[in-house]
Design a protein around this ligand. Sequence first.
Ligand code: URA
Length: 196
Amino acid sequence: MPNLSMVYQEMQDFFKPLWPGEDKPLVLGDGKRDHPLLMLIGEAPGETEVIKRRPFVGKAGKNLDEFLQLAHLSREEIFVSNVVKIRPAERGATGRLRNRAPNKEELSLFTPWLLREIEAVQPKALVTLGNVPLKALTEDKATIGDYHGVWHESRSGIPLFALYHPASIIYRRALAPVYEQDVMQLAASLTIGTGK
Ligand code: URA
């Protein structure tokens, strides 16, 4: 089984020369590195994540804490990461950097590293947040609207539960009860599967 520190070292070596002159630090995974109950996978880090070099901190961290509370889980039991490990950003009209969705090149560069990361961490189950990690780990035609709230087989062979991205609930309030229902469903199936 690959060792996570080695995978991360190889990953840093791979990406370092790719974007010369651009400041694109990698934000690596965080949490229980060895056989966690769950590995949560988001899209990509934002500004605060890059500053703190940790996934899901700041506003996204609040979303994560709400998820953990609803699912009766603690951060120590899980591992948290993203498909893309750099912040995808562009200059807005005011010249300020703003987040954008990861592009095809970033997704195809980072997805093989995500598969190696999962292989090293060996979580009991994967939880994808939104379309980006869902597509990366199942199939390109998968959509969160069809896949959320149930278990699927992932490309890594580890069972995968699909959730809406918690940030999407801020923009689409109607999704809030759906998201909560899905998290309860996930928590209930973990209780059955693990005796937790
Ligand atoms: N922060 C992350 O680390 N990932 C997301 O998908 C969103 C915010």
